[in-house]
Design a protein. Structure first.
Length: 260
């Protein structure tokens, strides 16, 4: 029996330079609104956020790691029981068993923010204002993605509109399956270091299938049982330990600060 698709990412932290190209590409691709003053991170919206980690040691033993964090598109302990999906009273967020992608249906959301409280990765953002675009900028908005209104929660969608476009193209050509390069997220394509790989985690022909089996691969807060679809790779042991928080009997934890 053929497995359903399970789209996900593998991010090599040893390659990431913290340049923020993934953040910029995500905002442009998905019409993410912004404010005139983006210094207030409590009100800003960034579907892809880059964090800076340090090992907490003084020079010359200081080591730095940059960690991009999109939505993890969690599957939960039982596939489909994501933390956010399980608590939404309006069924405004849903889990696709065919793709493994957690969607956000903005016209159903009434802004209770239960999903934000349940997400351990802080990957969801509340829209406190209606988006206002500078004169002329509305011409550069992506027509494939609708801007969100005030009072709803939004998040990374793995550029799902690109998946729909790829499926339509395949259908016209009489195909059922997509090639790996036909559906790629904007952050994956924008990364100059090639640190982000995207594809079907269940397809042995895709790079992410092989990369997730890397002995240095790990997932954030994996012991919570959220079953995230974003894997990270690092050859540094302190980075891998920081990904699931240090246990109490281990060394001093790494320090994380918001980079982007």
């Amino acid at each position: 029996m053929k497995k359903d698709k399970r789209y996900g990412m593998v991010i090599d932290l040893d390659k990431c330079t913290g340049c923020g190209s993934c953040m910029a590409a995500c905002m442009a691709e998905n019409n993410v609104p912004f404010r005139e003053d983006e210094s207030n991170k409590l009100l800003s919206i960034t579907w892809m956020r880059v964090y800076k980690l340090t090992n907490g040691k003084p020079f010359p033993e200081t080591d730095v790691c940059y960690l991009p964090r999109p939505c993890m598109h969690c599957g939960g302990q039982h596939e489909g029981h994501s933390p956010c999906v399980s608590v939404c009273p309006a069924t405004a967020t849903d889990y696709s068993l065919k793709t493994g992608i957690v969607s956000q249906i903005y016209t159903r959301c009434f802004g209770c923010r239960y999903c934000m409280a349940s997400c351990p990765y802080h990957a969801r953002y509340f829209n406190w204002w209606d988006p206002v675009w500078p004169d002329g900028m509305e011409k550069y908005l992506n027509p494939k993605v609708s801007p969100r209104m005030r009072g709803v929660v939004e998040k990374c969608s793995f550029c799902f509109h690109r998946y729909q476009l790829a499926k339509e193209k395949a259908y016209i050509q009489g195909r059922r399956e997509l090639a790996e390069d036909e559906y790629q997220t904007s952050c994956t394509q924008a990364c100059p270091a090639g640190a982000i790989t995207f594809g079907d985690l269940n397809n042995h022909k895709h790079s992410v299938y092989k990369d997730k089996k890397n002995p240095n691969a790990f997932r954030l807060l994996e012991r919570l049982g959220t079953n995230p679809k974003v894997y990270y790779i690092s050859s540094r042991a302190w980075v891998r330990r920081a990904g699931d928080n240090y246990l109490r009997n281990e060394a001093k934890p790494a320090k994380a600060v918001q980079h982007g």
